[in-house]
Design a binder for this molecule. Structure first.
Ligand SMILES: [Zn+2]
Length: 181
């Protein structure tokens, strides 16, 4: 028995890639479930749990929790929206994410049927100034997120976001779209 494999099997079951027997054996069923998760996560579906897969699996495990005010949705973990000042100026969460924005991001993710990567969510005022954000940016109050969807034309992502009621600013050259409520 392998404790690490057990942890993986439990995480896969929690995320709906089971049912797997939590026996710590890296058998074909487990490999198949790992590959299915990797495919959905936009990773190489080789069925092997490397650092990338492990990170995604356990980071995203947080997001299995329903939308109950803890800042997580079925597809996004709270940590994905953390301020990226690396804890220098804030604890990562200078504000709560706006629930309306989270719901729309979740809808966008579902409409695209593909992973959405948040490149910037919350920002403390200092970090916002550092990255050239406007003073009082919606990023500072949890009402904006910059994002892209790997492999999907960014203009398509933006137009779907607009159709879902998000206000968008397209950063074509940088390859992301700013979405806000
Ligand atoms: Zn910060």
């Amino acid at each position: 028995m392998n404790a690490f494999i057990k942890k993986i099997q439990t995480a896969l079951n929690d995320r709906g890639y089971g049912p797997l027997k939590v026996d710590g054996k890296d058998g074909p069923k487990t490999k198949k479930a790992v590959a299915a998760f990797q495919k959905d996560a936009g990773l190489e579906p080789d069925g092997l749990v490397g650092p990338l897969t492990e990170n995604r699996l356990f980071r995203e495990q947080l997001s299995v929790i329903s939308m109950d005010g803890d800042g997580a949705t079925p597809h996004f973990a709270k940590v994905e929206f953390a301020c990226d000042c690396q804890g220098i100026y804030c604890d990562g969460f200078p504000a709560a994410m706006d629930l309306g924005l989270l719901l729309k991001l979740e809808a966008l993710r579902n409409a695209l049927n593909a992973p959405v990567v948040i490149t910037s969510g919350l920002r403390c005022e200092i970090r916002n100034a550092e990255v050239g954000g406007i003073p009082g940016s919606r990023h500072c109050v949890g009402q904006a997120a910059d994002l892209y969807a790997p492999g999907i034309d960014i203009t398509r992502v933006a137009s779907i976001a607009e159709s879902l009621g998000l206000m968008t600013i397209l950063y074509l050259e940088q390859g992301f779209v700013h979405c806000e409520v």
